[in-house]
Design a protein around this ligand. Structure first.
Ligand SMILES: *Cc1c(COP(=O)(O)O)cnc(C)c1O
Length: 388
């Protein structure tokens, strides 16, 4: 075993079951381990490296800012933070942005906004957030409470109160739950990621949005995984023709640097005032400069490419030997395999293809700009492994 693996196992908290691979370099959708073996990266750091590893344009944007100012307190203005917020708002119709450093923190902001909005408007008893069973919203205690999966809760009682979980797809049930619990907001993933790459039905999402509007309950969408071009639209809610009150995002936004954002719509744009919320690193100029570059390149042409590549994957894998079904949207793909997904992922590492799992499925989140020939090679390897 290499030195790094040994040191890591001795000194890094054992929260991750790592593959016996040390990644030492990469470019685009190809990465290399310590022996020089090449892998096709079909996970992109769990949907983070939107344009792949060490992407030239992103790297230029980041290093130019690094050479100016690497960090400044939020007591002062910095250009990348302002321009990124402007770009996010002009592309979504949202009005203001709070910057954080991760998906969980973006959701924390969304939850705080919902509680304050409802308390100001209806009274402090309107504090509940409704989320869906099988959802995933993060690892902080509050976002764990939001996460509708019991097994994440067990070890960390007591959780933050004020969260209830309804069945995805059960519009009437969720409405009842929201009314009976005096909900401040409803938070959903349009495509559940960790839960198994499951897209919500259009009628369900539209129904929730309309109900929230009618009841003045905030309609909040967790776009941490689905956002920033992943599903073939800039944000997944755009596939459904709805306008959320709050959108949280992170993962792909920073292109590989830690950055989260809560986008605030018309109703809630002024809910947070001076001192109501904050983050030391939030809006870091280097992260924001990289994110601005990423966002500007997620244009109609790139989104069409994402859709086309997603179609290609579906068409190639549907009906293939050892594959029972395909789920997801755009370049967020779930593959139901006949053999256990964990076993498939291990076999694919051997073959030089890095994939993810989500529940009992194989999950693909390749870089948005993965070249067609590289993608085709990875898909062939997946077909081979599943057919064996
Ligand atoms: C990954 C993820 C999170 C948590 O993001 P972190 O950056 O790990 O805090 C929250 N929601 C969804 C939908 C995610 O996929």
């Amino acid at each position: 075993m290499s030195n790094v693996k040994q040191i890591d196992q001795q000194y890094v908290a054992g929260t991750y079951a790592r593959f016996p691979v040390e990644i030492t370099s990469g470019k685009g959708s190809l990465v290399y381990d310590e022996t020089g073996k090449e892998y096709i990266d079909m996970g992109s750091g769990i949907g983070v490296t939107a344009f792949g590893i060490a992407d030239d344009a992103w790297l230029t944007a980041v290093t130019e800012q690094l050479n100016k100012v690497q960090h400044m307190s939020n007591l002062y203005y910095t250009e990348p933070c302002a321009l990124l917020a402007q770009e996010l708002c002009s592309r979504t119709g949202m009005k203001k942005v709070f910057f954080a450093n991760s998906g969980a923190e973006a959701n924390e902001c969304a939850i705080k906004v919902a509680r304050k909005y409802a308390a100001d408007k209806k009274g402090p008893e309107y504090s509940t957030i409704v989320t869906l069973k099988n959802s995933f919203h993060g690892r902080t205690l509050t976002t764990l409470s939001a996460t509708g999966q019991e097994h994440y809760h067990e070890l960390f009682q007591p959780l933050t109160p004020g969260f209830v979980h309804g069945d995805a797809g059960d519009l009437e049930g969720i409405k009842q739950l929201a009314l009976s619990s005096k909900a401040a907001g409803i938070l959903i993933e349009c495509v559940q990621g960790e839960g198994g790459v499951i897209a919500m039905e259009p009628d369900f999402v539209k129904g929730l949005a309309a109900f929230c509007q009618e009841q003045d309950i905030l309609f909040m969408v967790d776009e941490v995984q689905t956002g920033n071009g992943r599903t073939g639209q800039l944000y997944a809610y755009m596939n459904y023709g709805v306008q959320p009150d709050v959108v949280s995002t992170a993962k792909g936004l920073g292109g590989g640097l830690p950055l989260g954002a809560a986008l605030l719509g018309e109703k809630v744009q002024n809910v947070l005032g001076f001192g109501d919320h904050g983050s030391t690193f939030g809006g870091n100029p280097v992260c924001c400069a990289g994110a601005l570059n990423i966002l500007q390149r997620i244009d109609d042409a790139l989104l069409a490419e994402v859709q086309m590549k997603g179609e290609y994957i579906r068409q190639q894998l549907t009906g293939a030997k050892g594959i029972k079904g395909i789920s997801g949207m755009g370049l967020m793909v779930g593959i139901q395999t006949e053999k256990p997904a964990g076993q498939m992922v291990k076999a694919l590492v051997e073959k030089g293809v890095l994939c993810l799992t989500a529940k009992d499925k194989l999950r693909l989140l390749p870089a948005l700009n993965i070249p067609m020939d590289v993608l085709a090679k990875a898909i062939d390897a997946i077909k081979e492994v599943c057919a064996e």
